[in-house]
Ligand binder design. Structure first.
Ligand SMILES: [Zn+2]
Length: 388
């Protein structure tokens, strides 16, 4: 017998281009994009200084381009090592605050060590090249830096320092920066991936908080913004990772709501309101005969009530675009399908004996959170003996 599972309805694929980035070039098959704010920065730098003295402006421009070439090489370092581990890079985007290499899949924390190290090591290599190149060409670096990068020696000195800073800054053990990933990778050899992530994130957030206090006391606002950004990014990464881990190995069937009520297209909003009040269900599948016609969510019900009162039909306010997944779909995958797409419940449907889709359950945000919470409690109790 063939697999009786209907294919899942695909949500719109996440856009590769967020609309603010432009394709620049493809390197090693990886599209390199440039964020519009970076172009603005270049134009701004070019416009600095008086027209009679174009040379400093030209050096500044050249300097910014050189720095971003170094950032690009840093990201390529991550991408090429990831490729050796069988992970493709979807894109590299350059922004004024740095670069981002978007990998197709996240490597396991333990495999991540070399991918995370590759970026900063590229900057170390560039710094060494500049230093050795300067010695060979008898262009010694000038320390301390007192003038702008308007001559070749000062230019190279600046570039050397920038690369050392890029390497050191990215190696700070602050998740999700490279150093935080290296730290997690090392921790993951001694504990579970989730525990390693939690500890790496906490240490990173503690350091980010210290940095934030320091920035506040010294009035360095850019640094403060960065500290807040790193703090929040760490928390988000940690949550996303925990969700993924807790869901892995489970199916949509296990987490779905199995006992639920349905409405018919001819039912009134008043009936829907009664059902909403009578139970704890917020969203109702709306049936037309034996097939699903849509979902009436709580917010749609409220909106309908406000606009037309209780006598209006549910069919008028139900959402006809709903996501369907088969019961045996990996829960991880089902979560990825909804994330950022909809807050409505997903319908879990299976093909019946006659080939018609049969509604098996609802995957709501609430149910999903409860399921993951229970998994977490179970994990804490059993302390994940399967890992070590
Ligand atoms: Zn990096």
């Amino acid at each position: 017998m063939t697999n009786p599972v209907p294919p899942p309805q695909k949500p719109p694929a996440p856009s590769q281009n967020n609309g603010w980035s432009f394709h620049l070039v493809s390197l090693f098959g990886i599209p390199v994009q440039i964020h519009i704010t970076f172009l603005v920065l270049i134009i701004w730098i070019a416009l600095q200084g008086s027209p009679s003295k174009t040379e400093p402006a030209l050096f500044r421009l050249l300097f910014v381009l050189s720095v971003f070439t170094c950032v690009l090489l840093h990201e390529l370092g991550h991408s090429l090592v990831a490729k050796r581990h069988g992970i493709q890079t979807r894109s590299i985007t350059l922004t004024p605050i740095g670069g981002v290499a978007l990998l197709e899949t996240m490597p396991r924390p333990r495999e991540e060590l070399f991918i995370a190290l590759a970026g900063p090591l590229v900057n170390v290599a560039i710094a060494i090249l500049i230093y050795v190149g300067g010695l060979i060409a008898h262009l010694p670096m000038k320390f301390p830096i007192t003038e702008a990068p308007n001559s070749l020696p000062t230019f190279m000195t600046y570039l050397f320092v920038i690369n050392v800073i890029l390497a050191l800054f990215n190696l700070l053990p602050v998740f999700p920066m490279d150093g935080g990933r290296v730290f997690r990778s090392v921790l993951a050899h001694f504990m579970s991936d989730v525990q390693a992530t939690v500890i790496a994130v906490r240490v990173g957030q503690f350091l980010a908080a210290l940095l934030g206090v320091y920035a506040f006391l010294t009035g360095q606002w850019m640094l403060m913004v960065l500290a807040v950004f790193v703090y929040m990014a760490g928390g988000q990464e940690s949550n996303a990772f925990q969700t993924k881990e807790l869901a892995s190995g489970h199916t949509a069937r296990e987490a779905m709501m199995r006992e639920f009520h349905t409405l018919n297209t001819g039912d009134s909003l008043r009936k829907a309101a009664d059902m909403l009040l009578a139970g704890s269900q917020h969203d109702f599948p709306v049936m037309s005969g034996n097939s699903v016609a849509g979902i009436l969510t709580r917010s749609a019900l409220m909106r309908g009530y406000a606009q037309e009162g209780g006598e209006a039909y549910v069919a008028e306010f139900m959402n006809r675009d709903y996501l369907v997944v088969p019961p045996d779909m990996a829960l991880e995958e089902a979560i990825v399908q909804v994330q950022g797409v909809t807050n409505d419940p997903i319908l879990v449907m299976e093909q019946g004996a006659g080939g018609e889709p049969v509604l098996m359950g609802l995957l709501t945000q609430e149910n999903l959170l409860e399921f993951l919470k229970l998994r977490q409690l179970q994990d804490i109790r059993s302390n994940r003996p399967e890992r070590y």
